[in-house]
Each structure stands twice: as C-alpha cells, then as structure tokens.
Design a protein around this ligand. Structure first.
Ligand code: FAD
Ligand code: EPU
Length: 339
C-alpha cells in the first residue's frame, strides 16, 4: 500500500525552505513501493521528482506533478575480514545517522563526512565531500531501480564515474534511476585523514595527539557548526556553486593581480580556486535583498531568510555568476540542483 497525499506543501521537504506544491506526493519505504510509484508516474504521464532530505535542491516552480520521498531505511553488516567491514544502508537513511552508527562500531572512513545533511541515497549522486575526503574513497557499490524498465541494477565504484561533486547520475544516466541502497567498505584499522588544516587546529587546541575516529568526527562537527548556517534556522543548501578548476596559466595571471587568492593544486596540473573567495571579492558577502541573500560568514552559501522564492534565488545566483565572470574571467557552476 503506497503512502500518498495530494496538494502537499514541499516547504518542509527542502532545506532552502522554499514554498512549492506537490500535486501528488508518495513516500516509499521498500523496493516494491518504488516500483509501484514508478507505475503511478507512468499512469500520470509525468516524470517523478525524487527527494531525500531536499538539502541540495532549489525549487523554481510553483508545483511539481509527482514527488517521491525516499524512506528506504535499514543498516546491515554484509561481511567483514581482518581489515574491512562492508555496510549496506537503505538509501533513505539519514547520512549523519549512518556516520554515527559507523563511529559507534568503530568503523572508519566516513568520520570526515560527519554532519553533511541529506540521505545516504543522494550521497553518491554528487560524490559528497568535505575536509579532504569524498564518499568515493569508501564506496563499494549501490543498487538502483531503472525508472522506465523497473529493472534493478548494481553500480560498482568505477561505474559511478565519480569526480569532484560529480557522478554518472548527474550526467550520462541523469534522471534514469532511483537509488535504493548503498554499500560502503569501512576500515577496522584506521588511517585517519587530518590533513585539512582546520581539523588539526581543533585537535591541537584540545591537546589531542593521537585522535580516535570519534574525536575527528567531533572536530569536523565543531568546524561545520562554526562555518555553515543551520538550515533549521536559515534556509540554505550548503555551497551553492562548485569551486572552479582553472588552468595553471590563468591561475598565475590572476595570482599576479590578486596575491592573496587562495588555491589548491590539482593532480592534473590545474588549480582549484575557492568560489567563496571569488564571490566575496565581488562584494556579495552579506548581501541581502528582501528575504534572500548571501550568508555573512560564507559567501558560497545563498540563503532564504523566510519567504524568498526559488526564482529569486536563481536570479541572484546568476547575477553572482556574471559578476565573477566579469571580474575574474572564471565560470562558476551551480552545485545545487535547480529544478
Ligand atoms: P536531495 O536534495 O533530496 O536530492 C539531491 C538530488 O539527488 C536531486 O536531484 C534528487 O532528485 C536526487 N536524488 C535524491 N535521492 C535520490 C535517490 N535515492 N535516487 C536517485 N536520485 C536521488 N554536500 C557535500 O558534498 N559536502 C558538504 O560538506 C555539504 N555540506 C552541506 C551543508 C549544508 C548546511 C547543506 C544544507 C547542504 C550541504 N551539502 C554538502 C549538500 C547536501 O548535503 C548533499 O548534496 C546531500 O547528499 C543531499 O542529500 P539529500 O538527500 O538532501 O538530496
Ligand atoms: N572563503 C572566503 N570567503 C568566503 C568563504 C570562503 O574567502 O566567504 C575562502 C576561505 O578563506 C578559504 C576557502 O575560501 O580559504 C575555502 O573555504 P571553506 O574551507 O569554507 O570551504 P569551501 O571551499 O567554501 C568546500 C565545500 C564544502 C565543504 C568544505 C569543507 C565545495 C563547493 N564546497 O567549501 O561543501 O564542506 O569545502 O571541505 O566544494 C557543499 O558541498 O555544500 C559544501 C558545504
């Protein structure tokens, strides 16, 4: 039996807190439900919008014909050996709950990804990353259902074609699959990654020399809470844009003009530049117009103070993008899914 409702408000289903209506809203809690929901979408002749935590979407329409909310829960240990443990999680599990579960069992690999909002199923969509780690480093495989054929398919790590905030699900097979579960390969003997400056700073300030995975997780949580606005207080979807990657030649030219420009060398010889810095230099940090704006502490985060609309935020995003292009000749592209 499907859990459905009509003319449902989507405000609580997106962390931007944008008002929009789902003409039909279905909550699915197992694979059978997912297939039934796909049949409903076929009967209605519409393409469904799949939502997890709604923490990486910007609604720009007033209504959506069919929204499917992913509630596939359950975490199970699949197998283990001396060094590793394989954990399979339902796609509707809250990502941070999975992280806490792993830390409780002392399974390592996801501690740097603590407190990222959203669900497990959406995590591979954009290869979530933070503090020097991306999910691809611990990702074993995922299971998904093809929305048209209803066939179930397993995608290996390689098949997901992960990149920086990218995967096959945002490109070649965009919109074709419903991800139902994710399996991670976690460590029993940990190799902690505390290379990210802010993490070692927090640990040093607490005089922790040999941290546990729990202490690394707590340091990450402390940094995140100090930097990023809490969506339950101010509507936002984290970084609105990706950090652009530019050629070394362009970087050297810009560095000459802006000696303080931060940068991160990439393995392919290119250079990543923080979009937050570029946007701040264009004067947008703390900008507010009515109920929408740019966060005062993190220029990469666009915010909704209450009754902002998706169309207004999209419009602001494009004004920001144009100004960065004009000042630095750098294209910044949205990370958030504008729908
Ligand atoms: P949703 O927003 O619900 O969906 C995102 C996209 O995936 C949509 O296109 C949706 O249709 C699709 N989708 C969702 N579930 C499925 C599924 N089961 N099958 C198929 N398609 C699906 N991201 C990072 O990488 N690093 C960060 O540090 C980070 N920090 C953040 C901080 C804040 C305060 C916020 C609000 C967001 C942050 N994000 C970050 C972005 C966000 O947390 C991630 O993108 C997260 O994975 C989104 O999960 P979700 O369940 O909310 O996805
Ligand atoms: N910066 C500024 N001004 C700002 C914001 C940032 O100058 O207003 C500079 C900082 O001084 C720093 C640099 O930009 O030198 C990087 O800033 P920060 O460490 O805050 O990280 P970020 O590049 O803005 C990225 C991810 C985040 C992730 C953090 C930590 C992207 C698009 N964003 O942000 O992910 O949590 O690093 O690893 O890669 C998300 O994807 O939604 C997200 C929040």
């Amino acid at each position: 039996m499907l859990h459905t409702s009509k003319q449902a408000s989507l405000k609580k289903y997106n962390t931007f807190g944008i008002e929009a209506v789902a003409e039909n809203l279905i909550e699915v809690s197992n694979n059978q439900n997912v297939k039934e929901a796909m049949r409903v979408s076929e009967e209605l002749g519409v393409s469904p919008l799949i939502l997890g935590g709604g923490s990486n979407v910007l609604f720009t329409k007033q209504s959506y014909p069919l929204v499917i909310i992913n509630k596939l829960i359950g975490i199970e240990k699949q197998k283990e050996d001396e060094h590793f443990v394989w954990i399979k999680s339902g796609a509707g599990v809250v990502w941070h709950d999975l992280v806490l579960h792993c830390i409780d069992q002392s399974w390592g690999g996801v501690e740097n990804l603590s407190l990222i909002p959203g669900t497990v199923g959406a995590a591979p969509m954009q290869n979530i990353g933070a503090y020097g780690v991306e999910i691809k480093e611990v990702f074993e495989s995922l299971e998904a259902i093809n929305k048209s054929t209803l066939q179930e398919k397993v995608f290996s790590n390689q098949e997901c074609r992960f990149g920086y905030r990218e995967s096959i699900f945002k490109k070649e097979v965009k919109g074709e699959y419903f991800i139902t579960s994710v399996t991670l390969k976690l460590t029993k003997k940990h190799k902690l990654n505390i290379s990210y400056g802010a993490i070692s700073k927090v640990l040093n300030s607490q005089a922790i020399e040999t941290p546990t995975i729990k202490q690394v997780s707590e340091a990450v949580i402390q940094i995140r809470e100090s930097k990023l606005p809490n969506p339950t207080k101010i509507g936002n979807a984290g970084s609105f844009f990706k950090n652009p990657v530019i050629s070394n030649d362009q970087f050297l030219e810009l560095k000459n003009e802006y000696p303080n420009m931060p940068s991160y060398d990439q393995p392919n010889g290119k250079v990543k530049v923080p979009a937050g810095w570029l946007i701040e230099q264009c004067g947008w940090k703390g900008f507010r117009e009515g109920d929408i704006g740019v966060h005062k502490n993190q220029a990469l985060v666009l915010v909704n103070y209450g009754n902002g609309t998706g169309a207004d935020i999209k419009n602001l995003a494009f004004r920001i993008k144009d100004s960065v292009k004009e000042k630095f000749n750098i294209e910044i592209t949205p990370e958030v899914n504008i729908i």
